[in-house]
Design a protein around this ligand. Structure first.
Ligand code: ZN
Length: 150
C-alpha cells in the first residue's frame, strides 16, 4: 500500500470510531432511512432545512466501517451548505465511486471525500459508501419510502 492509501485508511477508521454528527437531531425537518441488504448497513439521516440551507444534519445507525465513515464525512461536508451544493456534491461523489479503477478521478472536486475513492476497487463496497448519499437524496426529496441500495 502507498503512503497515501494508508493515510486514507486512517481517516476512514477515525470516522468509523468517532463518527461526526452522530445521533438523533432535535428539530429535524426531514429524515430518511437507508438500508444496504448486501452488507447489512442501516442508517437514519436527519436534516434541518432552513430556506435553501442545510442548517444541521445528523445520522444514526449501524454498519460497516465504510458506511459509517462515509455518512460521517458526508454530514461534515454538507452541514451549513446549501441544498444545491449538497446535490452537486452527491453527483461528484457518485461520479468518483463509479469511475472504473483504471481511470483517474478528480479527487480535488470532492475534498475530504476523496478518502473513499479506493472503494472503486470493490463493487460491493461502493454500495456501502453510497448508502448515506442515496439516503440524503431521499431526505431532500421528502421521500417516505426507505432507501435500498439493491
Ligand atoms: Zn457496508
Amino acid at each position: 500500500m502507498s503512503d497515501l492509501s494508508d493515510l486514507y485508511q486512517e481517516v476512514i477508521l477515525d470516522h468509523n470510531r468517532r463518527p461526526r454528527n452522530f445521533g438523533v437531531l432535535a428539530g429535524a425537518t426531514r429524515h430518511a432511512r437507508g438500508f444496504n441488504p448486501l452488507c447489512g448497513d442501516k442508517l437514519v439521516l436527519y436534516l434541518k432545512i432552513d430556506g435553501d440551507r442545510i442548517a444541521d444534519v445528523s445520522f444514526e445507525g449501524s454498519g460497516c466501517a465504510i458506511s459509517k465513515a462515509s455518512a460521517s464525512l458526508m454530514t461534515d461536508a454538507i452541514k451549513g451548505g446549501t441544498v444545491a451544493d449538497a446535490s452537486a456534491l452527491f453527483e461528484r461523489f457518485h461520479q468518483m465511486v463509479t469511475t472504473p479503477i483504471d481511470r483517474p478521478v478528480d479527487e480535488a472536486s470532492v475534498g475530504k471525500l476523496a478518502v473513499l475513492a479506493g472503494v472503486r476497487e470493490f463493487p460491493a463496497r461502493v454500495k456501502c459508501a453510497s448508502l448515506a448519499w442515496h439516503t440524503l437524496k431521499a431526505a431532500l426529496a421528502g421521500a417516505d419510502q426507505p432507501v435500498k441500495t439493491e
